[in-house]
Design a protein around this ligand. Structure first.
Ligand SMILES: Cc1cc2nc3c(=O)[nH]c(=O)nc-3n(C[C@H](O)[C@H](O)[C@H](O)COP(=O)(O)OP(=O)(O)OC[C@H]3O[C@@H](n4cnc5c(N)ncnc54)[C@H](O)[C@@H]3O)c2cc1C
Length: 360
């Protein structure tokens, strides 16, 4: 996804999305998905702004499936906001059949033997994007066939995703692995073939769906190694002492060009080791993030360090946008615009959340 589109160009791009075609084709790897996720994840455009733009051209009924997918994102954000650090452990259900808690080598090297998954893993490493179904298949292959615990596998995927989002990624892995809902998601070769242009047979997934994940871990998925991805930090800008000043603090999920745009103040983008050491991202992801920052908040300076070490920050008036990863940041927190602000609290499943959104 081109990180150099202006806000107006993103809106014009949204005008090209047809939610009816989207609903019909989105499950196929070549389907008409929007590819808006890098912009949405980084906070460049809000969920209500996307929805409202779509509703300018299409009826609520025609846009329903697309809006429901946007709502999945909002659901995960709300779970993260309520559960905080708990999302990084089994949320509701535990399993006792894990084979290991590391990173499955065949997945990290795109050599699982399942052609579609290997192709989409290679595309991920080259472009930072992966179709939703390919993410689901990768996660189910790792956790439910290869029996790798989801936590380090989710960090592996997050490392490569230009739309990497701690809530959507972590909670999707938990959803697939059956630790947030009681059922594990599985797919067999025939389902994968039907949703792609590849028609492979005779693989270790070529069996009735009810047999997937039953029995021993296939040889191809046995090898694993520790999560060893490291973060390469960018060169930081020089930040003068901000004592007595107004600071507008940006983080990786709040690159919002409209936020307090006419206000005076020092605009600082924080890359905090407390976050990135734990959840590193690839050089490609970092490059993409910084390109979005340069495009949408060109006056922002980059600070590499934990927020409290910005010189003079304790004597500044600080504003930021609320996010679970910046709870420790002092100052005023502006809320993130939501599709369904009236729906609050924790819902155990997306279905229950969606019902609440419909007023049921
Ligand atoms: C294992 C796994 C990991 C994932 N990790 C991430 C992640 O790190 N960041 C991320 O943004 N999404 C993640 N998703 C959700 C989904 O795969 C992506 O949002 C979607 O593929 C992005 O492509 P798109 O913009 O073309 O989506 P579209 O299908 O066009 O959907 C439009 C928007 O709705 C939201 N959305 C759609 N489907 C989902 C979903 N299932 N969950 C949450 N939001 C959704 C996204 O913001 C997306 O941009 C993950 C899904 C799985 C199964």
């Amino acid at each position: 996804m081109n990180p150099h589109l202006s806000y107006q160009e993103i809106l014009e791009y949204i005008d090209t999305i047809n939610p009816v075609t989207y609903a019909k084709t989105r499950n196929h790897l070549t389907g008409a998905v929007s590819r808006l996720s890098p912009y949405i994840t980084r906070g460049v455009i809000s969920l209500p702004a996307v929805r409202d733009r779509i509703l300018q051209k299409y009826s609520q009924a025609n846009a329903e499936k697309f809006i429901q997918e946007l709502a999945w994102r909002e659901y995960f954000q709300k779970v993260f906001t309520t559960k905080q650090q708990e999302i990084f452990s089994d949320l509701r259900f535990s399993r006792d059949d894990w084979h290991h808690t590391e990173v499955t080598t065949a997945i990290a090297t795109a050599s699982t033997g399942i052609t579609v998954i290997d192709n989409t893993l290679k595309e991920l490493m080259e472009t930072g994007y992966m179709h939703n179904h390919a993410r689901m298949w990768t996660a189910m292959l790792a956790c439910n066939v290869g029996k790798a615990h989801w936590y380090n596998m989710s960090r592996f995927l997050y490392y490569h995703l230009i739309d990497g989002d701690l809530a959507s990624n972590t909670l999707s892995w938990q959803w697939v692995a059956g630790t947030s809902v009681q059922k594990q998601y599985v797919a067999n070769q025939s389902l994968i073939n039907n949703c792609s242009d590849v028609h492979q047979q005779g693989t270790y997934l070529d069996m009735p769906i009810e047999l997937i994940g039953v029995g021993d871990v296939p040889l191809a998925l046995l090898t694993h190694s520790p999560f060893n991805f490291e973060m390469t930090y960018p060169t930081a800008d020089v930040i003068a002492d901000v004592s007595g000043k107004t600071v507008l603090l940006y983080h990786p999920w709040s690159i919002d060009p409209l936020w307090r745009k006419d206000e005076a103040g020092e605009r600082i983008f924080i890359i905090e080791p407390r976050l990135f050491d734990r959840f590193p991202v690839s050089p490609l992801v970092l490059e993409h993030m910084i390109a979005l920052l340069r495009m949408h908040v060109p006056t922002a300076k980059i600070f590499v360090g934990n927020a409290e070490t910005i010189p003079g920050i304790e004597n500044a008036t600080v504003y930021s946008k609320a996010h679970p990863t910046t709870e420790h940041v002092s100052g005023y927190k502006d809320p993130v615009a939501e599709l369904f602000p009236q729906v609050t609290g924790y819902h155990q499943s997306f279905f229950k959340f969606w019902q609440a959104c419909q007023g049921d």
